[in-house]
Design a protein around this ligand. Structure first.
Ligand code: ADP
Ligand code: MG
Length: 342
């Protein structure tokens, strides 16, 4: 005879954590996305020992009221959606209300926050899923999340963490993709107390291109074309590398849908087609592209980590992307490959 049991909540959270929290960089992704959703203009990420010892994300966003601190780490608790209809139109990075519950169930976790325009800050700690009462704390307005000893209570996961250098490289890559997504936000990254990156807020397109150059290399601006085209409720902007900027690896391709980095079959196909007759076989395009559309036109609730999206009108999106990029790249086919960037 079988015995069917309801699982204890801590175990449920640890299982859920397995879906989205693969390694330190996945924690950084969730925390920084929360900071962005909170309207932060400045986000600081401090990492120790590749993230195995400490991941700390500090922001100057709206903050969390002391009464809501315990809810922030509860599962299925979110301030971002409240109905199925909201889910269909979700514009925030988060909406599942799972990240903090998951992360705090597999680490020694602390959340400190001060709501903008209030004079007191409060802190809660969660140790392997066990919540301690809120205590007063020192903190400027905004929120800090500290994640220590990630996976200390999940030995199988801990074992899969790579060398400090490798894990930090993943965090650095992740932060690059977020820094490209939100040019207007200042990002700082440190490892073991040493500053590694400082991206100052980019106030205009030129500054944004400068940030792109910091990620893709100083030669990229001169080897790229500016894209800015809107039609049928779709807006595509950004920069596409000329064939001379192509690489042997497909590791410099950033495509954002409403500010979210996605890996999408439809997008990948459209871009590949657009480049088909200007790139040699085995070479990969370099690009940073931003597609904006009505949130109702794209479903982001496809995968827990939200890397995938589903467009309501796939054909329309595909053809729009293909045509826009194909036309831009036509200039290079005409032998005008060194057109100045506008
Ligand atoms: P989700 O982002 O899907 O809502 P999370 O578990 O990541 O779920 O966060 C739960 C809630 O905690 C959020 O909905 C938000 O209200 C609050 N929160 C989390 N991080 C921050 C932050 N950095 N600043 C302000 N509020 C936050
Ligand atoms: Mg979140």
């Amino acid at each position: 005879m079988t015995v069917i049991r309801l699982l204890p909540p801590e175990l449920i959270n640890q299982i859920a954590a397995g879906e989205v929290i693969e390694r330190p960089s996945s924690v950084v992704k969730e925390l920084v996305e929360n900071s962005l959703d909170a309207g932060a203009t400045r986000i600081e990420v401090d990492i120790e020992a590749g993230g195995a010892r400490l991941i700390r994300v500090r922001d100057d966003g709206g903050g969390i009221h002391v009464d809501e601190l315990p809810l922030a780490v509860a599962s299925h608790a979110t301030s971002k959606i409240g109905s199925f209809d909201d889910l269909e139109h979700v514009a925030s990075m988060g909406f599942r209300g799972e990240a903090l519950a998951s992360v705090s169930s597999v680490s020694r976790f602390a959340l400190t926050s001060r709501v903008r325009d209030q004079d007191a800050a409060f802190r809660i700690e969660v140790d392997g899923g066990k919540l301690q009462a809120a205590r007063p704390a020192q903190h400027p307005s905004g929120t800090s999340v500290e994640v220590r000893d990630l996976f200390y209570n999940v030995p199988a996961r801990r074992k899969f963490m790579r060398a400090e250098r490798t894990e930090f490289a993943h965090v650095d890559d992740l932060l690059k993709s977020l820094a490209l997504a939100r040019g207007s936000v200042e990002f700082r990254l440190s490892h073991n107390g040493k500053p590694v990156r400082i991206w100052k807020a980019a106030r205009d397109q030129q500054a944004q291109l400068q940030r792109v150059a910091e990620v893709l290399g100083d030669e990229f601006p001169a080897q790229s074309l500016r894209i800015d085209h809107a039609a049928a409720g779709l807006h595509l902007s950004g920069w596409v590398g000329l064939p001379t900027a192509s690489r042997a690896q497909a590791d410099s391709q950033y495509f954002y849908v409403n500010g979210r980095l996605v890996r999408d079959r439809i997008v990948a196909h459209a871009v590949r087609q657009a480049y088909a007759d200007v790139l040699f076989h085995g070479r990969h395009a370099v690009f940073v592209l931003y597609l904006e559309l009505d949130p109702a036109g794209v479903d982001v609730n496809v995968h827990p980590a939200k890397h995938e999206v589903r467009f309501r009108e796939q054909r329309l999106v595909h053809d729009f992307l293909f045509r826009t990029l194909h036309e831009a790249l036509a200039q290079t086919r005409a032998g005008l490959g060194t057109l100045p960037v506008t």
